[in-house]
Design a protein around this ligand. Structure first.
Ligand code: 5GP
Ligand code: ZN
Length: 110
């Protein structure tokens, strides 16, 4: 499958890994939108949150987000974003969660 994030999981495309376990990989976004911008993905390919059908993986993703937030100096706050579908702003069709932190994040988002 021609999927950028599957290629990051396999190591075919290099990334700066922040966290890894059996189910999850987290790495720095190539085009950061905040001083801290980490992408958290399941190692298994799901196109989006609607396709995710394994609660163990969902738990692993959110456990990893908490772990990352604890360890990466986000005590002032952070935002988790899951862009879904074209109008939701999703550009990579492999489920992912953005963690944004390190600046004042505005609301509503664009
Ligand atoms: P989306 O727009 O689908 O919510 O988020 C996709 C994210 O993946 C974007 O923030 C984009 O910068 C990031 N991205 C796209 N290609 C690569 C890549 O090859 N390496 C890394 N580290 N991030 C990528
Ligand atoms: Zn994929």
């Amino acid at each position: 499958m021609d999927c950028i994030f599957c290629k990051i999981v396999s190591g075919e495309i290099p990334s700066k890994v922040i966290y890894e376990d059996e189910h999850v990989l987290a790495f720095n976004d190539i085009d950061p939108q905040a001083p801290i911008h980490i992408v958290v993905i399941p190692k298994k390919h799901f196109a989006n949150i609607l396709e995710l059908n394994d609660s163990n993986i969902l738990n692993a993703i959110f456990d990893s987000i908490k772990n990352i937030a604890d360890k990466q100096n986000m005590e002032k706050g952070f935002r988790i974003v899951c862009n879904t579908g074209s109008e939701g702003g999703q550009t990579v069709e492999h489920l992912h969660f953005h963690i944004l932190s390190g600046r004042n994040l505005h609301w509503p988002p664009g």
